[in-house]
Design a protein around this ligand. Structure first.
Ligand code: FAD
Ligand code: NAI
Length: 476
């Protein structure tokens, strides 16, 4: 079998891989993208974790469960009466699956449009060859490819608790958590990070009694402390129970569900009995089946591919992006790295600014931030001024009936350059984009304060928080 020749071979079709492949094709290269994800009927389902069991399906279920919560608890405030409200979980999950499929099909269409050759199967290194690398594809058909450049974008997998492997029935990773067939009476979660909060929100809204066991003594260590405190208050009010500072011990699956032995922060031995357990304690880089050893591709002690600041591996012409390398495990970070690598292969100056990568947690209220937290600024000794504005004083938030939370600005004390923006509240995921643009352009808080924002809009809270840095809010 003679090998098919490409300028660029991309292994992995998640946000890092498929976006990198499209950008490389736009730049005039011949590009192959290999992805092994299968849909329920065994067909190709490109888009990776993000599209199949991550960003997209979780947001679909968050939307459905939020509608249900609004119908049950908030419609009455608007004078809307409902009788016999019910939830058809199977239909909700089927809708989520349809949204996923639209995205899978969209990516296959984009490959055709951009002339990226797609291979459905597992890609693995065979050997270095003259002027590139041979990569084997094992799928419905076997193929041999040679790429002058190879971009590895093989993503990450959920980390299991020691001694408690995922069975996706009683002990669930993000995969099983997104296709529970009926609302569990009692749901346990290990880890109050991003997945714990988003998945905990979905099933709590649908009626599950949710308990989260968290190893750390505090809540959302990566977020600004003031914002995390405000968010925790809101989640506790909604009925989400989180126990901090626990040490999880033996997990046993029985006929009636799962029992989790743990030691509380006070040192007491406890047992949590639940119908289902979601384990969301972080993710590990995935290089399964890549055959990295065949070419001497260097991995670190966590199993991540070692790269420099520009995503170059130890091998000339081999690059790696996204969850399989250092940095935050976020879809948009993977995409930016994919684009930057394609541009570097083309001799351009692709760039990813790690200081302006936004974080969003799609709970209600949503949490979003960019830049530095107040505790980080204090620790580094940087002089700063802070300004906050509560949604309670924002007209649009009042009209929406969603006044939880605030916008917070942190700006350099001397130059007024924006150093961080933190939001907890309605549509934080959309509002944060203005802060990202401002920081990318090195704006000052005064720049935002002087820009005309539409009235009534949630974005006025952003302008007011910027005004608050100079202690001159107009509506509070
Ligand atoms: P992946 O998306 O994991 O894609 C890797 C692909 O490579 C997969 O399709 C895999 O099958 C394939 N592959 C692996 N090895 C091989 C091989 N040898 N040959 C062929 N194919 C291979 N991030 C956000 O920014 N926003 C969110 O809202 C968000 N929500 C999330 C919700 C959940 C529940 C989870 C689990 C994650 C979420 N993330 C979110 C994180 C996001 O999904 C990841 O950061 C992102 O998918 C990483 O992209 P990637 O391209 O590096 O890898
Ligand atoms: P995470 O890193 O966000 O949170 C893990 C939590 O589990 C931490 O609070 C940690 O202290 C805790 N923990 C770790 N070991 C534990 C143990 N043995 N017992 C109890 N608690 C323990 O990881 P998570 O939630 O699994 O998500 C993985 C990643 O996926 C995220 O970090 C993020 O990068 C990505 N993601 C992004 C989303 C978004 O952008 N909206 C949504 C979901 C996931």
């Amino acid at each position: 079998m003679s090998a098919k020749q490409f300028d660029v071979v991309v292994i992995g079709g998640g946000p890092g891989g498929y976006i990198g492949a499209i950008r490389a094709a736009q730049l005039g290269f011949s590009v192959a993208c290999i992805d092994e994800w299968k849909n329920a009927s065994g067909g190709p389902a490109p888009g990776g974790t993000c599209t199949n069991v991550g960003c997209i399906p979780s947001k679909a279920l968050l939307q459905s469960s939020e509608h249900y919560e609004h119908a049950g608890h908030h419609f009455a405030d608007h004078g809307i009466g409902l009788k016999d409200l019910s939830i058809d979980v199977k239909k909700m999950v089927a809708r989520k699956d349809a949204v996923v499929k639209q995205n899978n099909d969209g990516i296959l269409y984009l490959f055709k449009k951009n002339k990226v050759t797609f291979f459905h199967g597992r890609g693995s290194f065979v050997k270095a060859v003259d002027g590139g690398y041979e990569v084997a594809v094992a799928g419905a058909a076997s193929e041999s490819l040679v790429g002058k450049h190879v971009i590895v974008a093989t993503g990450s997998n959920a980390r299991p608790l020691p001694g408690a492997p995922f069975d996706e029935d009683a002990i669930l990773s993000n995969d099983g958590a997104l296709r529970i067939g009926a609302v569990p009476k009692k749901l346990g979660l290990i880890g109050s990070g991003v997945i714990g909060l988003e998945m905990g929100s979905v099933w709590r809204r649908l009626g599950a009694e949710v308990t989260v066991l968290e190893a750390m003594p505090g809540f959302l260590a990566a977020a600004d402390e003031q914002i995390a405190k405000e968010a925790l208050k809101a989640f506790t009010r909604q009925g989400l129970k989180i126990e901090f500072g626990v040490k999880v011990g033996a997990v046993k699956v029985g006929k009636k569900g799962v029992s989790v032995a743990y030691t509380s922060a006070k040192g007491e031995a406890q047992v949590l009995e639940v119908d289902k357990l979601i384990v969301s304690i972080g993710r590990v880089p995935n290089t399964t089946g890549l055959n990295a050893e065949a070419v001497g591709l260097q991995l670190d002690e966590r199993g991540a591919i070692v790269v420099d600041a520009e995503c170059r591996t130890n091998l000339p012409g081999v690059w790696a992006v996204g969850d399989v390398v250092r940095g935050p495990m976020l879809a948009h970070k993977a995409e930016e790295e994919g684009v930057a690598v394609a541009e570097r292969i083309a001799g351009q100056h692709g760039h990813v600014n790690f200081n302006t990568i936004p974080w969003v947690i799609y709970t209600s209220p949503e949490i979003a931030w960019v830049g530095q937290t107040e505790q980080a600024l204090k620790a580094s000794g940087r002089a700063y001024r802070a300004g906050t504005f509560p949604f309670l004083a924002n007209g649009r938030a009042r009209a929406l009936g969603d006044t939880t939370g605030m916008v917070k600005f942190l700006a350099d004390a001397k130059t007024d350059e924006i150093l961080g923006v933190h939001i907890v509240g309605p549509m934080a995921s959309e509002l944060i984009a203005e802060a990202v643009v401002a920081m990318e352009f090195k704006a000052s808080s005064e720049d935002i304060a002087r820009i005309c924002h539409a009235h009534p809009s949630l974005s006025e809270a952003t302008k007011e928080a910027a005004l608050a840095v100079d202690k001159r809010t107009l509506n509070f």
